[in-house]
Design a protein around this ligand. Structure first.
Ligand SMILES: Cc1cc2nc3c(=O)[nH]c(=O)nc-3n(C[C@H](O)[C@H](O)[C@H](O)COP(=O)(O)OP(=O)(O)OC[C@H]3O[C@@H](n4cnc5c(N)ncnc54)[C@H](O)[C@@H]3O)c2cc1C
Length: 448
């Protein structure tokens, strides 16, 4: 069977890029489909170990890799008072010829890998979002949102946390139930500076903190979000500088990112179905504030926190969520949520949250209030990106059917934008609303 290439790779993060290089070096032809037109310019990963160093070297970028990474020979863990709890690591190269731990700048690594892949003739198609895969006995055809297709003998999903290949292939995943929010702050130092130890973990229950290298000339701090803090508060740059103050000040460095990420522990149970495979890490998860599945996930998080801090199982939201997820303890919440099998299935439990609120659950009211505030915060982000609106229209199933969510969103918009943006609820089908808006913006006589 004639195909465009031997292997189609979905996703051009570090994993897709490395896989493409290794396959082409082995004589296979490869097409890569990546949804973003440009590389993502901010680091996520900062650390690789000696075995990964070896894999990257086998891609033909070993010499350059040394210049964009630095060895991390010591990792020290201290308690809140500064007493060392653990100090480990080893100087010099390990048995594989690479340091046991190296710190690096991810965009610089991806730049190196991309250059190598293109030099080897990998067919890299950017700006192509994969939406479907048709698997036959001897080939697969991958379709994209723009209608283009690519055929191959195999397709490998290197498409990160919300892998479409995994979901199209129906490959299950297990959530080990560990999920926490951390504020990540990356800085570029104005001048070279030695941090001793190079990598430090501060095990202070009042604010667990990670202080590590982000590659030569760069540093990364990670601050765990405390239960009373919102994402929005933490993503304020002034707060980031206050948290950084013990180590670095604005006259010594520039912040290149400050963003809250949710760390999760998901494992793909199987990696292959027929000609469809998945590879790669779970990467970053896009926010879904106020959506039905997002509400259920946040309810799960709130219940876990509530029980951890001494709450009891007769609380209406705890009772309702446990019954809906068919679990008896908070230890299973994460995996039960993952077992639901996707956003639609998870979202079906959203009524539990509103029933608990109606039964007087303060916990449920908090979750709904935060969801409304999270949605309103998105408007702030849109404004930062240049959106200039004085009306925001909310529509769709959950916010229309659940007056509490609408009220929390409306109140948060009013409080946040002090009358500059008017929130409105549209109770028709969202697509009709979009058509109405389009007709209002484009004169009816204009050719489409
Ligand atoms: C703050 C933070 C710190 C981290 N630190 C570390 C660390 O120190 N070490 C480490 O190993 N890992 C770390 N990680 C995880 C790290 O991000 C991942 O290991 C790594 O980026 C995974 O690479 P990947 O290529 O599998 O996925 P990604 O880098 O997520 O790339 C996936 C690509 O797939 C594309 N894609 C997705 N869907 C589609 C579609 N439908 N069609 C086409 N393209 C699509 C995406 O646009 C993206 O470019 C960290 C992550 C975060 C967020």
């Amino acid at each position: 069977m004639d195909t465009d290439s031997d292997v189609a790779i979905v996703g051009y993060g570090p994993v897709g890029n490395v896989l493409a290089i290794l396959l082409v070096q082995l004589g296979r032809s490869v097409t890569v489909l990546e949804r973003w037109p440009e590389p993502y310019g901010r680091p996520r990963a900062v650390h690789f170990d000696h075995e990964v160093g070896r894999i990257l070297q086998s891609c033909g970028i070993g010499d350059e890799l040394r210049t964009i990474s630095e060895p991390a020979d010591i990792y020290e863990w201290r308690n809140a008072t500064g007493t060392t709890l653990l100090r480990f690591g080893s100087p010099g190269d390990g048995p594989s010829g690479w340091p046991a731990s190296s710190m690096f700048n991810q965009p610089a690594l991806e730049h190196l890998l991309d250059g190598r892949a293109r030099a080897l003739g990998v067919d890299v198609r950017r700006g192509v979002e994969v939406t479907g895969i048709d698997q036959r006995d001897d080939m697969v055809t991958v379709t994209a949102a723009d209608g283009t297709t690519a055929s191959a003998r195999y397709v490998v999903g290197c498409d990160g946390a919300n892998s479409i290949v995994r979901s199209l292939a129906g490959l299950p995943a297990t959530d080990l139930g560990f999920f926490y929010d951390w504020l990540i702050v990356d800085v570029l130092l104005d001048e070279p500076r030695v941090f001793d130890p190079i990598n430090l973990q501060i095990c202070d229950p009042a604010r667990p903190t990670t202080v590590v290298s982000g590659g030569p000339g760069r540093r990364r701090w990670e601050f765990m979000r405390l239960p009373h803090e919102t994402h929005e508060e933490l993503e304020d740059e002034a707060l980031a500088w206050r948290l950084l103050a013990p180590w670095v000040t604005p006259d010594q460095a520039a912040i290149v990112r400050h963003k809250v990420y949710t760390f999760r522990s998901l494992l793909a149970d199987t990696w292959r179905r027929g000609r469809m495979l998945v590879a790669g890490g779970w990467g970053w998860v896009i926010g879904d504030e106020g959506s039905a599945p997002g509400l259920v996930r946040e309810a799960g998080r709130a219940v876990a926190r509530y029980l951890e801090s001494g709450g009891t199982a007769d609380e209406p939201l705890v009772r309702g969520l446990f019954a809906a997820l068919e679990i008896h303890s908070s230890a299973r919440i994460g995996s039960a949520i993952a077992r639901c099998g996707g956003a639609t299935a998870l979202g079906r439990h959203a009524p539990v949250l509103f029933q608990a609120a109606a039964a007087g659950s303060a916990l449920a009211h908090d979750v709904i209030r935060e969801a409304g505030a999270g949605l309103a915060a998105l408007l702030g982000r849109l404004q930062q990106q240049g959106a200039d609106a004085d009306v925001v229209v909310a529509g769709g199933g959950v916010i229309v059917a659940q007056p509490l969510l609408w009220a929390s969103f409306r109140d948060a918009v009013v409080a946040r934008f002090a009358g500059r943006i008017t929130p409105k609820l549209y109770t028709g089908a969202p697509v009709e609303g979009a058509c109405l808006l389009a007709t209002a913006l484009v004169p009816v006589s204009s050719p489409l």
